[in-house]
Design a binder for this molecule. Structure first.
Ligand code: HEC
Ligand code: HEC
Ligand code: HEC
Ligand code: HEC
Ligand code: HEC
Ligand code: HEC
Ligand code: HEC
Ligand code: HEC
Length: 515
């Protein structure tokens, strides 16, 4: 059998993926010792860490060798010859974890050194058939799926109290994408497979690739399992210290940067990145002198930008014993998150600002959590005060009515009195009037305290035909749908408050309103 394998490998050279790969005479090209699932593991001297895939997929081997997976066994910190703790080994070796197997396999079955480390086969499954007769049809494709109850994928190892990545991720919006994930043009940010291809230019093959099932923004969208030049094997940098402003290279910016400026009959969309970095953002009133990019978006002050606030790792230890009780790995991706009854972050909960977790603000930046909380509340008050000058939804119907309080309703009133003015308020054309621009900015800045700005219905009763959805009673195109972008002001405090001030002035001046 060993001879047969060597012969078939020789015959396969022509079909090799990497033309530079050379077969050397390896005494280790031998039978698997784990014969239940036929994992191959390392070939030759295990200390050299040549996977059975390395000869042909040389670039993958080289990339993988730069990841922590390559050193997972050493990092267990075992003295040579020491007895391994069976509790530990499965996640630090080739085993049933990471691939579809569910019964003890690999190192968990045969404690052979060739199965140490998180190797190709951990994720791809046994390569035996493929290595014997290498072709695309029998290639051990990896799955990109992630779920807390999955018996395959990254989450099988990246889980539990010490590394609850999949648990936290599954609570995040990245794991729970909405309907946009099924639509062309939207899916490049809203669906995992399309995002891999369009945002990170990875056209690799994997189990789900040709399937119909929608994938959320899974681990492998952000992390390259075969290594990268960036922290944590991310597909784009998150530490952009030294970059010129703005640093649109940032991982999060790839998707959180769809639309920040008018015109559009929808407001801003995923504008967080644009706002933080102060790039192509907002309707700029004539003569507005924008402040310098704030410290939150300036890599010289905050090198990891979004990640500093949104991916926060910390441990909770037992005060008496010092034992680690829980580790948060920041994969809820929320900044000032609510905590559950056990003190764990849960972005699906709602709570008062006083009950939020401000740990993200203190890591070398704000001196205390209480101080950061006060600033957070103060900033929202400052923004809300300005938003109230523009529009208060007095009757709570979500419609900017002529008799609502604020400057924008005054413009609406005028439009009612003089239908010739209606153009001034209609977002369906490419003309951005002062009132539209100001409303855009208000939506951009809006906070949790003024949620009605997001889905505002503008100037109902004035618009034209209702063709798209006659049932809803809303004339076409006047729904100003926008997403929250300001992080309750935190995304760019000075810019937002100064932009609102300038917007208010511009509105008063242009329409000669009573302030
Ligand atoms: C003897 C050479 C050889 C070895 C060893 C080898 N492969 Fe392959 N592999 C190939 C060839 C040839 C293809 C087909 C390439 C093609 O058609 O584009 C392939 C394809 C693949 C593909 C699918 C790529 C695609 O585009 O569909 C995966 C995944 C893969 N191999 C994984 C592995 C893993 C994991 C191992 C180790 C367990 C391994 N291979 C070992 C030669 C090899
Ligand atoms: C068989 C278990 C296992 C599987 C499956 C697994 N990992 Fe890991 N991973 C580990 C272990 C163990 C470490 C710690 C390695 C070390 O540093 O000792 C680790 C480390 C990492 C790191 C830290 C960065 C680094 O290079 O050290 C990242 C990022 C990571 N894994 C991502 C992933 C992704 C993404 C997947 C799925 C595509 C995945 N892992 C699948 C066990 C696994
Ligand atoms: C459920 C799978 C799993 C089990 C079981 C497990 N680990 Fe890990 N271990 C991981 C993952 C995943 C990481 C990487 C986490 C990260 O990068 O944040 C890791 C990281 C580590 C590291 C840190 C490596 C570094 O980055 O320096 C050490 C040390 C470690 N594990 C030791 C152990 C020991 C000792 C045990 C047994 C008591 C154990 N592990 C059991 C999955 C596991
Ligand atoms: C932590 C899990 C993990 C490990 C370890 C891993 N891979 Fe992969 N591999 C994946 C995933 C996920 C994909 C599909 C998506 C992607 O490329 O990120 C993939 C895709 C591939 C492909 C398909 C490329 C194509 O163009 O279609 C090949 C070949 C491959 N891996 C080879 C290897 C080899 C060889 C090793 C070991 C040296 C290895 N992988 C280690 C998870 C892993
Ligand atoms: C939206 C992008 C994104 C997704 C999706 C994602 N991560 Fe991460 N991951 C990050 C960022 C950003 C970091 C932090 C890097 C840093 O701090 O430099 C990180 C860090 C890590 C680390 C290193 C932790 C350490 O101890 O330093 C591991 C391990 C990891 N992620 C695993 C996973 C796993 C497993 C999944 C899926 C359940 C996942 N990630 C999904 C962006 C992502
Ligand atoms: C591949 C695209 C993509 C990347 C990269 C990405 N995101 Fe997202 N993110 C999304 C999508 C899509 C949603 C909305 C999902 C939904 O609710 O349908 C989202 C939602 C979020 C939310 C929740 C928003 C809310 O209203 O609750 C936060 C916070 C977030 N992302 C932060 C980040 C951070 C921080 C990074 C970088 C580490 C990042 N994202 C990288 C696509 C991405
Ligand atoms: C450039 C990337 C990108 C594109 C393209 C994109 N989105 Fe989004 N979208 C995001 C991100 C990131 C979020 C999360 C942050 C936010 O809400 O602003 C989001 C949030 C959403 C939300 C709110 C969250 C939810 O699921 O309830 C909806 C609805 C939405 N997008 C619909 C769409 C539709 C429909 C399209 C296509 C017409 C689309 N998006 C195209 C990046 C994008
Ligand atoms: C200085 C800290 C900080 C930085 C830097 C930061 N955020 Fe935020 N972000 C927050 C806070 C605070 C909130 C509001 C509270 C919450 O939703 O948890 C928030 C909210 C969000 C939301 C939810 C929707 C919204 O806009 O309110 C998304 C999505 C988001 N941020 C993405 C990003 C992205 C992408 C970056 C990087 C371009 C980034 N954030 C940079 C602190 C920050």
């Amino acid at each position: 059998m060993a001879a047969a394998l060597a012969v078939s490998l020789g015959a396969a050279i022509a079909g090799c993926v990497d033309k530079d790969a050379v077969f050397t005479d390896r005494p280790g090209l031998d039978q698997p010792t784990e014969t239940t699932n036929n994992f191959l593991g390392y070939i030759g001297n295990a200390a050299e860490k040549q996977t059975s895939c390395a000869n042909c997929h040389a670039t993958f081997q080289a990339g993988w060798a730069t990841t922590g997976h390559y050193e997972a066994w050493e990092d267990l910190g075992l003295e040579p010859g020491a007895q391994q703790d069976p509790e530990c080994v499965g996640c630090h070796s080739v085993s049933e974890l990471g691939n579809p197997l569910t019964e003890a396999a690999g190192y968990n079955l045969v404690a052979d050194v060739r199965y140490t480390d998180v190797q190709c086969e951990s994720c791809h499954g046994s390569g035996w058939d493929h290595v014997n007769n290498p072709n695309a049809a029998n290639a051990p494709l990896c799955s990109i799926a992630a779920a807390t109850d999955a018996t395959t994928g990254c989450g099988e190892c990246h889980s539990g109290a010490h590394q609850p990545f999949v648990e936290q991720w599954s609570l995040s919006a990245h794991a729970n994408v909405g309907r946009a994930s099924g639509r062309d043009g939207c899916n490049e940010c809203h669906e995992g497979r399309k995002a891999l291809e369009r945002k990170f230019y990875d056209t690799s093959n994997y189990v789900e690739k040709g399937g119909t099932e929608v994938q959320p923004i899974v681990c492998a969208v952000c992390h390259d399992p075969h290594g990268s030049d960036f922290d944590a094997n991310l597909r784009a940098p998150v530490d952009v210290a030294g970059d010129e402003l703005p640093s649109t290279d940032h991982l999060c910016f790839r998707c959180h940067s769809r639309r920040g400026t008018p015109p559009s009959d929808h407001g801003s969309h995923a504008a967080q990145g644009l706002l933080v970095l102060q790039e192509d953002i907002g309707w700029i009133p004539a003569g507005f002198d924008a402040p310098d990019v704030g410290s939150h978006g300036n890599p010289a002050v905050n090198p990891t930008v979004c990640v500093k606030c949104h991916v926060v790792m910390y441990e909770i230890t037992d005060a008496a014993t010092g034992d680690r009780e829980f580790r948060s790995v920041g994969h809820t991706f929320s900044a000032v998150v609510c905590l559950d009854a056990e003190g764990k972050p849960d972005p699906t909960l709602d709570c008062d600002d006083d009950e939020r977790d401000y740990r993200s603000c203190t890591q070398g930046c704000h001196p205390s959590e209480a101080g950061a909380a006060d600033l957070y509340k103060f900033l929202q008050t400052e923004i809300n005060r300005r938003l109230d000058q523009l529009w208060v939804d007095s009757d709570g119907d979500g419609v900017v009515d002529p008799d609502d309080e604020g400057l924008i309703p005054q413009v609406v009133q005028r439009a009612f009195l003089n239908p010739a003015d209606t153009l001034d308020l209609d977002p369906r054309d490419n003309l951005v009037t002062v009132a539209e621009g100001v409303f855009w900015n208000a939506q951009l800045a809006h906070t949790d305290g003024r949620p009605y700005f997001a889905g505002a219905i503008f100037y109902e009763g004035l618009a034209g035909p209702d063709e798209s959805d006659p049932e809803d009673g809303i004339p076409d195109g006047i729904e100003w749908d926008s997403h929250k972008a300001s992080g309750n002001g935190v995304h760019n405090p000075d810019f937002l408050t100064e932009l609102l001030d300038a917007s208010i002035d511009a509105l008063i001046e242009f329409y000669e309103l009573a302030p």
